[in-house]
Design a protein around this ligand. Structure first.
Ligand code: SAH
Length: 346
């Protein structure tokens, strides 16, 4: 059976008024079944239910963190699992969604990377995370206004499905999100970054996981990084900026004694010269067996000061959801058999 959420809103079944009603049920009301769409005639509801599935998930479990963030563990129809994180802080509600089961990028400090690649998510399995989290939290889907593609997986390696998901998120008749509040985070794939720059109707924000200004360190922590040099990544970031006019964010996870030295801050500052950018320092979220630890607060502050003194726009991301295993990069499954050992090429 086809998953309704896999479709672009323009491709939804029904016509005119009925189609608008259907879209409204799915994306505004967050209806859990066709049966619940009470202003559609019963025979039409039955017809839709015979042709389409509405829910991409077989099972949903949640783990609540004391800081308010919530990890959602989804079991897909094929039994595989992946996660999303809901972060209801201050006046913003943010959802962090996955684009894959597992990830082929293999970043040494990332728990998902240690699992390997399972499979790509379909557009509906990506968008469905938003609807399911809204349902679980008892809020309307459109109240989830900030979204980051920073869960499991490398979005630029599941390019077409991620782009279609983004178009559904932004579509005024679907989730109607603002492109300024949707961020795609990539391990740094120049071809994908250039492709994204050309999606001019999209205009979502780009974050690049740089994590080191020098090849030696970067390849140590991102083993697949040898395929794309820092120079190529920076060139694609500049091109992205030239084409889109947008600021590029660089993520930098602070790994104690590895990438937190002041000379690295100075090299990072010189890499960024002439680029309108923002650096987000992320304290490393430790997990058992990672072999890395986070830089201390003082070390992060010193790195921050070194960048700031060189005119770099920099901030430190506050870590959330640690006790629920929902912190950045902690998304790994307790049942690793949900992921196969197959490897996607990066
Ligand atoms: N594949 C994409 C998006 C998913 S990871 C990417 O690489 O950007 C989202 C961010 O979390 C990346 O910057 C990633 O390097 C970072 N991250 C992963 N594990 C982490 C950990 N244990 N501590 C801190 N940051 C981590």
């Amino acid at each position: 059976m086809r998953l309704l959420l896999d479709l672009h809103p323009d491709a939804y079944p029904l016509e005119g008024f009925r189609k608008r009603q259907l879209l409204e049920w799915v994306f505004v009301q967050g209806a859990g079944s066709f049966e619940a769409m009470t202003n559609l005639p019963a025979d039409l509801r039955a017809e839709l239910a015979g042709e389409f599935a509405l829910n991409p998930f077989r099972e949903i479990e949640t783990v609540r963190s004391t800081d308010g963030s919530v990890k959602y563990l989804f079991t897909l129809h094929d039994g595989r699992q992946m996660e999303a994180v809901y972060m209801p802080y201050l006046d913003r509600r943010t959802i962090c969604v996955s684009t894959m089961v597992g990830c082929p990028a293999k970043c040494a400090f990332c728990a998902t990377g240690a699992m390997g690649f399972g499979r790509n998510l379909t557009p509906g399995e990506i968008v469905g995370q938003v609807l399911a989290v809204a349902g679980g939290e008892g809020i309307a889907p459109r109240e989830l206004r900030n979204l980051v593609f920073m869960g499991m997986g490398e979005p630029l390696l599941n390019y077409d499905h991620t782009m279609l998901a983004a178009r559904i998120l932004l579509h005024p008749q679907a989730l109607g999100m603002s492109k300024r509040r949707v961020t795609l985070s990539t391990v740094g794939l120049p071809k994908g970054i250039r492709r994204l720059a050309a999606e001019d109707d999209l205009g979502i924000k780009l974050a690049i996981s740089l994590h080191a200004p020098d090849e030696e360190t970067r390849q140590r922590i991102i083993p697949t990084g040898h395929r794309n040099s820092i120079a190529e990544i920076m060139a694609s970031a500049r091109e992205y900026q030239a084409v889109t006019g947008r600021r590029v964010t660089f993520e930098y996870s602070m790994l104690r004694g590895v990438n937190d030295q002041l000379w690295q801050a100075r090299e990072l500052a010189s890499l960024l010269r002439g680029l309108v950018s923002h650096v987000n320092l992320i304290p490393m979220n430790p997990w058992d067996g990672s072999g890395f630890e986070s830089s201390t607060e003082e070390e992060i502050q010193a790195f921050y000061d070194e960048l700031e003194a060189r005119g770099v726009d920099v901030s430190v991301r506050r870590s959330r959801g640690k006790d629920a295993g929902a912190a950045c990069g902690q998304l790994a499954l307790k049942r690793p058999d949900a992921v196969t050992g197959s490897v996607a090429s990066i």
